[in-house]
Design a protein around this ligand. Structure first.
Ligand code: ADP
Ligand code: MG
Length: 296
């Protein structure tokens, strides 16, 4: 497929290593390449620990690539963050518990040192269907409502790029489907370049223009699937054979072991990293100084 000219997001030849203890590191990404066109919605699927969140954190400027270049709107991510051009909703980005839904959505204006645009905040509350809950605190809202506040907050400053890391991961299946349809509607109205990390294949196919499937760690692009299902995509889409064919194909790919020649050469024998890239479980990394546990 031809590369988009002047892409909104470009990651090229990315290697990302995390030092874990003296002289040793985990290679999370190795040769990861992806370009996203302006106004495109790209979903990223891949096995747990393959580097999906790392990709988003690189685009968000929260991590720096060990090797390779990340450009967002032709600039380094840090520049976009300074200009408040990035909207981010990560699962761990909690709402302020003591602040109302409205105050949470107003937060980006305050962080940016801008006057709060009340009309915009009202518009967002409407957009995410929370007009009647503007004064409610997060604990008075359901999980789905809290996620909608987080998405409204990410959209507050009309970002050029929206980054969503498993934003619906904590929701039950029914609420999740409802949120997917909501996000499809919001995206249809705003057409913001969006990068979504998910482990839900249905969600990826329902929402994305392209679905990227990553290899296991060290992650790189294993397969890119274009989703040619017409928009707007409502609930009826999920009953169409074309939808199920794509979901089955991608699910099959995720279940299927990678062909040996797709395993990247630097992955299992990078200097300083453990011999088997899967021998370091994410859990063992959270306790600093602990030797990595062998995989079960
Ligand atoms: P995913 O989101 O696909 O589950 P991540 O991007 O969170 O995967 O992590 C990829 C790999 O990098 C994992 O092995 C993880 O343990 C490791 N990793 C991520 N962040 C750090 C960090 N700050 N320090 C050390 N290792 C990390
Ligand atoms: Mg993750």
């Amino acid at each position: 497929m031809p590369e988009p000219v002047d892409p909104a997001i470009a990651l090229s030849e990315i290697v990302k290593e995390f030092p874990i203890r003296r002289g040793s590191s985990v290679r999370a990404l190795d040769g990861f390449d992806l370009t996203v066109a302006h106004g495109e919605f790209v979903a990223i699927l891949g096995p747990s620990g393959c580097g999906k969140s790392t990709v988003l954190r690189l685009v968000a400027g929260l991590e720096r690539a060990t090797v390779g270049q990340v450009r967002v709107e032709g600039r380094a991510p840090a520049e976009l963050i300074r200009g408040h051009r990035l909207g981010v909703a990560f699962q761990e980005h909690a709402l302020l518990p003591w602040a109302s839904a409205r105050a949470n959505i107003e937060l980006p204006f305050k962080v940016a040192g801008r006057p709060v645009d009340r009309a915009r905040v009202d518009e967002l509350l409407n957009l995410v269907g929370l007009a009647g809950f503007a004064d409610a605190r997060p604990r008075q809202l359901s999980g789905g409502m809290r996620q909608r506040v987080a998405i409204a907050r990410a959209l507050a400053l009309e970002p050029d790029v929206l980054l969503l890391d498993e934003p619906f991961g904590a929701l039950d299946a029914v609420t999740r489907r409802r949120m997917n349809l909501e996000l499809a509607r919001i995206w249809q109205a705003q057409r913001i370049t969006t990068l979504l990390v998910t482990h839900d294949v249905d969600e990826a196919v329902l929402l994305a223009d392209r679905v990227v499937v990553m290899t296991g760690r060290p992650g790189r692009v294993r397969h890119v699937q274009r989703v040619d299902i017409p928009r707007p995509r409502g609930t009826e889409v999920t009953r169409e054979p074309a939808f199920h064919e794509l979901v089955d194909e991608l699910t099959g790919l995720l279940d299927e072991p990678e062909p040996a020649d797709s395993v990247s050469p630097g992955g299992s024998a990078s200097p300083g990293s453990s011999a088997n890239p899967d021998s370091v479980s994410p859990d063992s990394l959270s306790s600093a100084g602990q030797p990595p546990r062998p995989a079960a």
